[in-house]
Design a protein around this ligand. Structure first.
Ligand code: FMN
Length: 174
């Protein structure tokens, strides 16, 4: 897919069809994650959990719904695969949030390029990072917490027809 077509096809998917993502697609999305920029090149401060265990996804959704009812009963929209981007928690967390976000965007674009639906999720990691039991089930190294999750699957609906614009974000030329 042409790069700018991929960019416009990257849109939040909140309804997934049944069926798992293929292992080669997971591999491509992980390659995109590994190609992302991270602060000072410290890739050892990052860890990714690929979650396809339905019981764990249900537990993450349930905990988040209880903590943040506004997120709805299915804050992962029943995506069949969740990637949890876990970072080493330091006192100043800004770098970790930025790292996780840069990695997530690469993954979202890779998913769009593969024709998959994807969704950037911050509500779930924000909720579940307070529960040591759930954090443990992500199997990240000691001291790591989830910062951003990315849900991926086959979209249940059609892509929204979108056009490029420069007016969504206020911009000034100086
Ligand atoms: C930092 C951040 C946090 C987000 N958290 C969530 C979330 O927890 N749940 C959700 O459904 N969407 C979440 N989103 C997706 C945004 O709502 C979505 O990207 C935005 O509304 C624009 O729509 P689009 O992705 O279709 O272009 C998040 C996006 C960002 C960048």
């Amino acid at each position: 897919m042409e790069f700018m077509d991929t960019v416009i096809r990257r849109q939040s998917c909140r309804a997934f069809a049944p069926g798992q993502v293929a292992p080669e697609e997971i591999e491509t999305i992980l390659k995109a994650a590994n190609a992302a920029p991270v602060s000072m090149g410290l890739y050892g401060n990052i860890h990714i959990s690929v979650i396809q265990d339905e019981a764990l996804i249900a537990a993450l959704e349930e905990y988040t719904y209880r903590a943040f009812p506004d997120e709805g009963e299915h804050p992962a929209y029943q995506a069949p695969t969740l990637f949890s981007i876990n970072c080493l928690k330091k006192e100043r967390e800004a770098g970790a949030w930025a790292d996780a976000s840069a990695i997530a965007e690469n993954m979202l674009l890779a998913a769009a390029d593969l024709g998959l639906g994807s969704i950037y999720l911050m509500g779930i990691p924000q909720a579940v990072r307070n529960d040591a039991g759930l954090v443990g089930r992500l199997r990240a190294p000691e001291g790591f917490l989830p910062y951003v999750m990315v849900g991926v699957g086959h979209p249940a609906g059609e892509w929204e027809k979108r056009s490029f614009t420069t007016s969504r974000i206020n911009t000034v030329f100086i």
